[in-house]
Design a protein around this ligand. Structure first.
Ligand SMILES: [Zn+2]
Ligand SMILES: [Zn+2]
Length: 160
């Protein structure tokens, strides 16, 4: 189990409606002097409609009207704006999802054979024991911990 600590504070576990996600995306883009163009809104909608991080080919599958180069460029901008989070595993495809503070705190199951990533809701028990472990780390290192990420590596149902 890999536990990494990020610096985005999750602020809810409810799946937001797309309008709110779009509004937040739009204001974050404005912060980096960018706009929520129709193509960027389309990508945000695709990512908001799924329960797992998607590769660029998967985004293109969902929206065949988008060009691959445009999806790639727009994902870079959305990532810079803090709207999208990129997950890199050891296969050739990066995967993209909405930033955790937009969609709620969750963990990942990463298949080391096919590279698929599934989102899983955190169990109350795991969050509780992580909180205790994290408090000890904070106390012994003086590091102010704001969030955590848990990626569980293994084999998915199809590959096991
Ligand atoms: Zn995720
Ligand atoms: Zn967690």
């Amino acid at each position: 189990m890999k536990v990494s600590v990020g610096c985005t504070a999750p602020d809810g576990t409810l799946a937001p409606v797309t309008d709110e996600v779009r509004a937040t995306a739009s204001s974050r883009l404005r912060h980096v002097q960018q706009r929520l163009t129709p193509n960027r809104a389309a990508i945000v909608d695709v990512l908001a409609a799924t329960t797992r991080p998607l590769t660029i080919p998967e985004v293109l599958e969902a929206r065949a009207d988008l060009a691959q180069s445009s999806v790639y460029r727009n994902l870079v901008v959305l990532e810079q704006a803090g709207v999208v989070h990129r997950i890199v595993t050891n296969d050739e495809f990066a995967r993209f999802e909405l930033a955790e503070d937009l969609v709620g705190h969750h963990h990942h199951l990463i298949c080391s054979a096919c590279g698929t990533i599934e989102d899983v809701p955190p169990s109350a028990r795991l969050e509780q024991s992580l909180r205790q472990a994290v408090e000890q780390v904070a106390a012994s290192t003086g590091f102010r911990i704001q969030a955590h990420r848990v990626d569980l590596m293994g084999l998915c149902r199809r590959c096991a």
